[in-house]
Design a protein around this ligand. Structure first.
Ligand code: MN
Length: 292
């Protein structure tokens, strides 16, 4: 019999803060989990819970800023998010789509609400993850992967009871399109009421679920409410996820990067000297150019 993987904590949304004027986020990582490394390779998780934006003519989002040493992964659940970067890449994503940007050695980008969505107004809900890069890959060339929902790996439950959209990694025989630097499983799971699924990740891989919509029941006993993060222990294998009502769940699991973590603002490096170097390179214009 497979040993059950137990819950370590069910974490309530930490107090929100604004990123620019377009992202009202609960910082589940590192703040909610109170650690820079507990969920490695995932360093940051900003969650904009579902909210309504009235029609407007203002620009909403965050202007040009740099990154180094990490990847930003943006998942749109409601509304439309646009992105442009100094490598000339850009795109617009809406419900179910993902932008996977590798900052690597240097990038400038801006992130904002797509203009026609701003004019029309409507619900907005999104997640941004920062995925750490191992020391040997921190200075890799910048890269952009656009991952529309229809390009994701798909595992369908019998009888139309739900689906697993595989962004990265594998579930059953379905494989996600994202290329990653370290082993990662990242799934957008949609379940109808009373449907259930099980997951068997390597027990050394740090694993958490974010309940985006609906309520879930974990291992047939613990209730996980909407907008909460479920953090699992690193022992045991099998996790059973059941939807108590129609539910959307973000499943994150990855092999930890066992290296020192030194975050500062938009940079994620291994030590203070590398952070100082990042600021120096940024001020010397080595991050490229991008108009606001
Ligand atoms: Mn950014």
């Amino acid at each position: 019999m497979t040993q059950e993987r137990q819950i370590e904590a069910i974490i309530s949304p930490p107090p929100y803060h604004w990123v620019g004027n377009g992202f009202k986020v609960n910082n589940f990582m590192p703040r909610g989990i109170q650690s820079n490394s507990r969920m490695s390779p995932f360093f940051l998780l900003d969650y904009n819970a579902k909210m309504y934006y009235p029609p407007s003519s203002e620009k909403r989002g965050v202007g040009v800023h740099p990154h180094r040493g990490l990847e930003t992964v943006t998942i749109a659940y409601k509304g439309k998010v646009a992105h442009h970067d100094s490598e000339g890449n850009g795109g617009i994503i809406s419900e179910g789509d993902v932008q996977w940007m590798t900052a690597g050695r240097a990038i400038l980008h801006k992130e904002y609400h797509e203009e026609s969505y701003v004019k029309e107004g409507g619900d907005f809900q999104m997640v941004q993850l920062w995925v750490n890069l191992p020391a040997k890959d921190k200075m890799t060339a910048p890269k952009y992967q656009e991952i529309p929902a229809e390009t994701m790996g798909k595992y369908m439950l019998d009888g139309g009871k739900g689906e697993v959209n595989i962004i990265a990694g594998t579930y059953e025989n379905a494989k996600g399109p994202a290329s990653t630097f370290t082993p990662i499983n990242l799934f957008d799971v949609r379940l109808s009421k009373n449907a259930s699924l099980s997951f068997n990740f390597d027990e050394t891989h740090n694993t958490a679920f974010l309940i985006i919509e609906g309520h879930a029941l974990i291992n047939n006993k613990e209730k996980a409410p909407q907008d909460h993060l479920v953090l699992f222990e690193n022992k045991g294998k099998n996790i059973v996820l059941e939807a108590l009502e129609d539910a959307t769940i973000l499943v994150m699991s990855g092999a930890p990067i066992n290296e020192a973590v030194y975050p500062y603002g938009p940079f994620l490096m291994n030590n203070e000297e590398e952070i100082q170097q990042a600021f120096e390179d940024f001020h010397n214009g080595e991050f490229g150019e991008l108009e606001d």
